[in-house]
Design a protein around this ligand. Structure first.
Ligand SMILES: [Fe+2]
Ligand SMILES: [Fe+2]
Length: 243
């Protein structure tokens, strides 16, 4: 059941569609339409939209998404990009963009729905695990995400990653912890003042956990949820004070 708040955003989210893999649905168009009927404001897609980043897989997902009138925001996942050339990734991005999807690569986007402004920042993220060290490439990406989030002056601020931003999301997963996410992503969400965080990638992990700073994280991987998840995210306290 969705709790009601005076100022809030209703986020419908699903990741890890793995389109093209035989054990995943060939279409989720009806589920996207049901999310719209359920009053969602936005469709959020935290990566692994395709099984292998192939054009036909991207066209299949794009056809589903084109049927939904909701604003759509995504990040790519490792299955969308690994082993693909920059040109192939650009093709995949263009196919999804033509279907009305805004794809974030450590940047941010904003929209207004029902008088509530929603800011979303994020990117694919990265693995590496939960220890205190990080390489400079990942540290730079984390700083970009935190900066993008901080720049948002919206009522609701959403962080979105493909990889997990906290170890709690990985509990129960059969994969090695270090492959599933990185602590820096949670730190970036905390430093950027996220109201709520969405991720995927951990197919057999935990549906909900919190960042080191206590922000709720929803893992919306299809294999875990078997449904589109709708979360009502209240506006930040700062938005209420300014109203
Ligand atoms: Fe996945
Ligand atoms: Fe993944």
């Amino acid at each position: 059941m969705i709790m009601e708040y005076a100022m809030s955003a209703r986020i419908a989210a699903v990741s890890d569609l793995h389109r093209g893999h035989h054990s995943y649905p060939e279409s989720l168009a009806d589920e996207f339409l049901r999310a719209e009927d359920a009053g969602a404001d936005l469709l959020l897609l935290p990566g692994d939209l395709t099984q292998a980043g192939r054009r036909e897989q991207a066209y299949s997902v794009a056809a589903d998404l084109s049927r939904s009138k909701l604003p759509k925001v995504a990040v790519l996942g490792n299955h969308d990009t690994n082993g693909r050339s920059p040109r192939e990734i650009a093709d995949l991005t263009a196919i999804l963009t033509d279907a009305g999807v805004t794809i974030l690569d450590n940047g941010a986007t904003t929209l207004a729905v029902r008088g509530v402004t929603i800011g979303i920042a994020g990117g694919k993220g990265f693995p590496g695990g939960w220890g205190p060290t990080a390489d400079s490439e990942h540290a730079e990406a984390a700083v970009k995400i935190a900066t993008s989030l901080s720049s948002l002056n919206t009522d609701v601020k959403i962080a979105v990653f493909h990889y997990a931003p906290c170890v709690g999301i990985t509990v129960g997963d059969r994969a090695a912890e270090w492959k599933l996410g990185n602590r820096l992503l949670g730190v970036a969400a905390d430093l950027g003042g996220a109201s709520h965080v969405f991720c995927g990638h951990s197919h057999w992990g935990t549906a909900r956990a919190v960042t080191p700073g206590g922000v709720t994280v929803d893992n919306v991987a299809w294999a875990l949820r078997r449904a589109i998840t709708i979360v009502q995210v209240p506006a930040r306290a700062a938005a209420f004070l300014a109203a």
